[in-house]
Design a protein. Sequence first.
Length: 147
Amino acid sequence: MKKFALSCIAICLLLTGCKYDEGPFISLREAETRLVGVWELINVYKNGEIPETVPYAAYKPGTYYTFYFDYLMSVTAIVNNNVRESTQGFWRFLDNEKNLEVQFQLPGESYFYEAQIKRLTMSELRYEFTDDEGNVWRFEMFSRSHY
């Protein structure tokens, strides 16, 4: 009977364990715990390629995204050779924590998108979203608060 119960538990874990396309397969930490912290945007892709120019300050590598437990967020970016911080930002999980909705403002720019999370660990965050023009953006970030 013990073997049957353990087999059932293992099958349940296998069927529900991989929430994101690129992993992790299973995590003992909640998605919110893994997301909250400071993330540096390292790689940006537009339609699968590295863009020559990036039209928005928040899409540039070196930008910092900070997610807080109370569903607030801030973004720190370089705008015209000056450091700019977002005035107000919010985030939330959607679709059983598979998608991430992000909303914030930098001087002269407003951002709002729903991204599909591809990978979320304590040290890596990867997600993709489609902009209003139909371009698919992929952000790859590394944690600066979880080492």
